[in-house]
Design a protein around this ligand. Structure first.
Ligand code: MG
Length: 627
């Protein structure tokens, strides 16, 4: 099976695109005419450049407004085609995409279009070319793949076939199961794109908001399952028009594309086991049972301050690494590792960012398989010398330069093997585990991060929510595993004035902005915290007056929350959520404690503006202008 991507999907000049597409692992490209026209080389030279990079030109596109034209216009369309055949011959490709006409003078009629394609098929055959017909969702007369197929069927020419594009089918809510009726050998090419569900003009939606399969809301898996079930054995190619991707990092977007199409093919193969497909199955998505540990890079006074913060949160130091300046803190099932090494990845992270999260350990069903799948989907390997007696824990590079370790039952002895354990104060304040990890990135990187998690691990993205910062909007998307073993909130910042944007600027893009721990009784935990010298983020009285108005909690309950600076939220099904934030940060990382009840699955987005405003009040000296 060949994989491809249209050159229009990524940024840069033609050379940047070719190199990035080859490096990502694709077998070929769809050459978008505009990308070729703006280049100074001849078609033959461009063709050679593509082949020298180890790629094939799978398709030349697009040819617009061909079928159904009257008189002279029809003759001119055929003349135009002969010139494109010359060009394709020089480029070294034999397949051209004809999208259904939007020409104002195009006449309708399946038989008229079929006659045009039958004649075009004759001309193509003489030149050794093939023609594929694609129904644009906004085509003037043909806007449904079933009609395009009827044109191709009636044209009845071996050099004329159908091109399917998941966006055009799924955006119009056409049942992809109808594809199963089409003979696979008459499908010449398949283009894939996902998109978020937005009510807007189809053309505008298509040209600006497409994204990689798995990044949007369309059922691209069902589409490709139907395609593959026909016996189709041609290329599977991405055709993504997206404003962010066009200005994004060429290599990263190409790599995301390959990750997306490879994971999708794997899903399709699992769902349709009889497929003709020569890709070996990947290891299945790892099931994440929980967060095994979070590791901070820290040093000197910062490490001392972090120790004070952890102690105030009820953590006890329970071990020291046998070979390294690394300590282990524990409360319930939450493990925090503090790495003060002077060399290695943690030291590099500290040098750039100060105290920061540099490593996340995930508890999975099969650690080795999880790392294998991650590497097969383009995650970078990471190796660091191990001292004698240290366990070989599978790991890959995560995002923003951090590491992800995978641990399973076979690695349970890690703490005993690598650490000298010491008796700690086991009482704690009732924190049971890590509830969620809040990661911050630029808005442009958000899709890339959510794809990373959902392609590698058994996790799904929840609908995006807006978080209101007094100085701008932050988009937040949660990605969670089915039983809540791993919950991440991905926060995309667009500017530097929001708290999230300022965090990115101040830390040079550190991966984790806050950690939330779970308790079963936040009121009791808050009281124990207070006894240990913990200071909560102070919230305004207005918040509690509003809370009283929004939820019928009763004066006593409101007073109890207010006295402890606890935030409250509830969902439509009666689930409730309590949140408490620490005033002090570790480096730029802050801490939260939450209590979930009755299946509440969110993260208190309605409370975020109050929390952010409170944090900003601490940063801005009173009376000074804010800009
Ligand atoms: Mg298309």
């Amino acid at each position: 099976m060949k994989t491809g991507i249209a050159t229009v999907s990524i940024s840069g000049n033609l050379d940047d695109k070719i190199d990035a597409i080859a490096a990502a692992g694709f077998s070929g490209i769809e050459i978008f005419e505009q990308d070729f026209l703006t280049d100074i080389r001849s078609p033959a030279e461009v063709g050679r450049r593509v082949r020298d990079a180890g790629l094939e030109i799978l398709l030349f596109q697009p040819f617009r407004d061909f079928e159904g034209l009257p008189g002279d216009l029809r003759a001119r369309a055929f003349d135009r085609f002969e010139r494109k055949f010359d060009l394709m011959q020089d480029l070294g490709t034999d397949l051209v995409l004809v999208c259904s006409s939007v020409h104002p003078q195009a006449l309708g009629g399946i038989d008229r279009a079929a006659a045009d394609f039958a004649e075009l098929g004759e001309r193509a055959a003489r030149r050794g070319m093939r023609v594929g017909y694609e129904a644009l969702a906004w085509g003037r007369h043909v806007n449904d793949h079933r009609d395009a197929w009827e044109v191709v069927r009636r044209a009845d020419h071996p050099n004329v076939g159908l091109i399917l594009d998941s966006f055009h089918t799924l955006s119009r809510k056409i049942d992809p199961e109808t594809i199963r009726r089409i003979p696979g050998d008459k499908i010449f090419f398949v283009q894939l794109a996902d998109a978020p569900l937005i009510e807007m003009d189809l053309l505008y939606w298509s040209r600006h908001f497409r994204n990689m399969p798995g990044e949007g809301d369309l059922d691209v898996t069902a589409f490709l399952r139907a395609v593959m079930a026909t016996g189709y054995a041609g290329p599977v190619s991405l055709e993504i028009f997206n404003d962010q991707f066009r200005s994004g990092d060429t290599r990263l977007i190409a790599r995301d594309g390959f990750r997306s199409v490879r994971a999708l093919m794997d899903d399709v193969q699992r769902a349709e086991p009889d497929l003709r497909c020569d890709y070996p199955l990947l290891a299945p998505r790892a099931r994440v049972e929980g967060v095994s540990f979070v590791e901070f890079a820290s040093r000197d006074e910062e490490a001392e301050a972090l120790a004070v913060s952890l102690g105030a949160l009820g953590f006890a130091r329970v071990g020291r690494h046998r070979n390294k300046a690394v300590s282990l803190w524990k409360q319930g099932d939450a493990h925090i590792v503090v790495n003060e090494e002077r060399s290695g990845y943690a030291a590099s992270a500290w040098n750039v960012r100060g105290t920061t999260v540099c490593d996340i350990g995930l508890r999975v069903d099969d650690a080795q398989a999880a790392a294998e799948r991650a590497r097969a989907l383009g995650a970078d390997s990471f190796e660091q010398a191990k001292a004698a007696g240290e366990l070989d824990i599978p790991m890959v590079r995560g995002l923003a330069g951090s590491l992800i370790h995978f641990l399973d039952a076979s690695l349970d002895p890690v703490w005993e093997v690598e650490f000298t354990l010491e008796p700690g104060d086991a009482k704690g304040v009732g924190l049971r585990r890590i509830d969620h990890i809040a990661q911050t990135m630029t808005y442009a990187d958000m899709l890339s991060w959510s794809l990373f998690y959902t392609a590698l691990l058994d996790m799904r993205a929840l609908p995006m929510v807006d978080v209101i910062d007094p100085d701008g909007l932050v988009r937040s998307q949660a990605v969670t595993s089915p039983d809540g073993g791993l919950r991440l909130t991905l926060n995309g910042a667009e500017g530097h004035r929001t708290l999230a944007g300022k965090f990115l600027r101040d830390t040079f893009g550190a991966p984790v902005q806050h950690l939330a721990f779970a308790t079963d009784d936040l009121i009791a935990t808050a009281d124990r915290l207070q006894a240990r010298g913990f200071t909560a983020l102070p919230l305004p009285g207005n918040y509690y007056d509003d809370l009283d108005a929004r939820f019928a909690l009763g004066a006593e309950r409101i007073a109890a929350l207010k006295a402890r600076n606890i935030l409250y939220d509830a969902d439509a099904t009666g689930g409730s959520f309590l949140q408490l934030f620490a005033r002090d940060k570790a480096g730029q990382v802050f801490f939260e404690i939450v209590e979930r009840r009755g299946g509440y699955d969110g993260f208190g987005a309605a409370n975020a503006p109050f929390r952010i405003a409170a944090q900003k009040r601490l940063e801005r000296p009173k009376g000074l202008p804010t800009r």
